[in-house]
Ligand binder design. Structure first.
Ligand SMILES: [Zn+2]
Length: 301
């Protein structure tokens, strides 16, 4: 093998001047062998160099192959992701097309008639609401009770609108509008209807008073009346302070007295419920009278 390389190298090497100038003491055949042996070290060096270059090229080529394979794998993964996304979009588009077709069919066939029905129902509801409010304002005595049958506007519905407690509404379900307006006072509420809550009784008496004067719902009157507009004991205490009225704010808070309930307070409440000392009681009742005057003047506006 080595000989083959040496011969090959010998044939291709550049010619040298006076190649046989050394070892003149050797015979011609040995001179030939010596000449060849002399070139072996440089041949090894040259082949080593070549082998090194090839090794580097091979390493580089392998690295490039790995890099290309990784790049190809990344591209394949990206393609898989895009394919999956495409499938999702296509499925969504199909569902959308089907929904759109249903909507178009509905629009072509039923939309206008459905809108007409909705409009007429809405108009009917509005008319009924106006009718109901007219009855409540002008003929509250015709309000029915739960045993009156269907179709009648019930007193219980009106009490519900007035935020009367559900327990109290239940205890008064046998009453109709006429009973409510003419047969109810603090004593019957307490002893016949068994409404134990002082606040419930005052709310009911306030509703009775406002219904009988055509002032329900309360919203319009509240815009005019600073007393009825007081929804909490704190608001009432502020109003009393502004009007220079002597009302113990502790009593207002303890008995949860707002503007409406204050208007329904009787002299007996101050003595028997609040247990105020005589002087304080007098001032408190004077304040109630002043509040009622403010309330009454607001009604005439
Ligand atoms: Zn008022």
């Amino acid at each position: 093998m080595l000989t083959k390389y040496v011969n090959h190298w010998e044939r291709n090497k550049p010619p040298r001047e006076n190649p046989v100038t050394h070892n003149k003491r050797l015979g011609p055949a040995w001179q030939e062998v010596s000449k060849k042996l002399k070139h072996i070290p440089s041949l090894i060096q040259e082949q080593n160099q070549r082998e090194k270059i090839l090794r580097e090229k091979i390493d580089l080529g392998k690295a490039q192959c790995i890099e290309l394979r990784e790049g190809a794998n990344r591209m394949l993964e990206k393609e898989r992701q895009v394919q999956a996304q495409l499938q999702e979009w296509e499925a969504e588009r199909e569902t959308l097309k089907s929904t759109l077709a249903t909507l178009r069919t509905f629009q072509d066939t039923h939309y206008s008639s459905a809108m007409e029905i909705a409009e007429s129902m809405s108009k009917l509801e509005k008319e009924r609401e106006v009718q109901a409010l007219t009855i409540i304002r002008e003929q509250p005595g015709t309000l029915g009770n739960s045993a009156d049958g269907l179709g009648l506007l019930k007193l219980s519905s009106v009490m519900h609108l007035a935020n009367i407690s559900q327990g109290a509404i239940q205890k008064m379900r046998h009453l109709n509008g006429n009973d409510f307006l003419h047969s109810i006072d603090e004593s019957t509420l307490r002893h016949s209807c068994h409404i134990d809550s002082w606040q419930d009784r005052k709310d009911i008496l306030y509703l009775q008073s406002m219904l009988s004067q055509g002032l329900f719902p309360y919203a319009d009157h509240e815009k005019q009346c600073v007393v009825c507009a007081c929804q909490t004991p704190d608001e009432l205490a502020r109003l009393a302070h502004e009007e220079n009225l002597k009302m113990d704010s502790t009593v207002l808070k303890e008995w949860k007295i707002n503007g409406r309930r204050a208007l329904m307070i009787k002299r007996a409440d101050i003595a028997d419920v609040f247990f105020l000392a005589e002087d304080t009681a007098k001032q408190f009742f004077a304040a109630i009278i002043s509040l009622q005057q403010i309330h009454n003047s607001a009604k005439t506006i």
